[in-house]
Design a protein around this ligand. Structure first.
Ligand code: ZN
Length: 297
């Protein structure tokens, strides 16, 4: 099967704990990802909110060097198993407030930037703050990201920043790892998307990646696979059949044992098939919506 995942934090975990990307005890390893016929993974480098200015830019650079080195030593395996890694940033603080840094990141191959994490940075404000939207610098960043075809990711933004992005981005934007807001789940009321926000992403032909974080995904006593099915259904119910995808958040959160490792994805596919979802739609959900989006850019 084919699988396309819009978000994981694995590379940061490998870097911090000095673990190998090929074989490790994390949610994701290249070795275990060999179970797919074709597999594309967005590897986000997470910038903690206590890093700003050159500290954020330096951290990104060191972590990206580690990512490059890990890909290099595994290049034969990556090719043999049709694995496509995509470099991304979770936290636009990595620009250090300097637009020139965006051009360097573009040259380095960054294809997607989650504008904030939960706090505020030079670009915008995250969901941990209720006030503050896109800054003037943020508006310039979005204009240049549009021109350079770097995807704007609105996961983690607060409401005002989200609606500012809607206004200022000329290109479709995505929520790489966000679910629909649900009063019956434990966490994420401000972090996940309202129906209105999801509908805007759908109308703008962006993407929404379903997040596997157990406290965002599941209601109390709800089976993990049933919860994914419900989440898929919720997005389709508002017209998101061509928008919905997966953004697992592997190695960025706690995930139910049924889904906490990359090689468990085929079982999810079989489960959704058993629920009666068509093969045509499952192809869209597991890779085609995401791959079509990046082809459209
Ligand atoms: Zn995140």
């Amino acid at each position: 099967m084919r699988y396309y995942d819009l978000h994981c934090d694995t590379i940061g975990e490998c870097f911090i704990w000095n673990k190998a990307l090929f074989s490790n005890d994390l949610h994701l390893s290249l070795k275990r990802a060999g179970c797919f016929d074709f597999y594309t993974q967005v590897f986000a480098i997470w910038i903690n909110d206590d890093l700003r200015k050159n500290f954020a830019a330096d951290y990104f650079r060191e972590c990206a060097n580690y990512y490059d080195a890990q890909l290099k030593i595994n290049k034969d395996y990556i090719k043999k198993h049709n694995i496509t890694p995509i470099l991304a940033i979770e936290g636009g603080a990595a620009l250090g407030g300097n637009i020139e840094e965006l051009y360097r990141l573009n040259e380095r191959g960054v294809k997607l930037i989650t504008l904030t994490w939960n706090g505020e940075n030079e670009i915008a404000s995250g969901c941990g703050k209720t006030e503050g939207g896109l800054t003037d610098f943020g508006k310039t960043v979005i204009k240049e990201m549009n021109r350079l075809k770097i995807t704007v990711d609105v996961s983690h933004l607060n409401k005002q920043s989200f609606f500012d992005v809607e206004k200022f981005s000329k290109k479709p934007f995505i929520a790489s790892h966000s679910n629909l807001d649900d009063s019956k789940v434990k966490k994420g009321r401000l972090r996940n998307l309202t129906k209105e926000q999801a509908q805007i992403i759908i109308e703008r032909e962006g993407l929404i990646g379903i997040n596997f974080y157990n406290k965002f995904l599941q209601r109390e006593n709800e089976n993990c696979f049933d919860a994914v099915y419900r989440r898929v259904y919720e997005f389709c119910d508002i017209g998101g059949e061509n928008t919905v995808a997966f953004g697992s958040d592997f190695d960025g959160c706690e995930i139910d044992i049924a889904l906490n490792s990359i090689e468990k994805i085929p079982a999810l596919h079989s489960f959704l098939q058993s629920k009666g979802l068509s093969d045509e739609f499952l192809d869209k959900l597991f890779y085609k919506n995401a791959s079509d989006y990046f082809k459209r850019l």
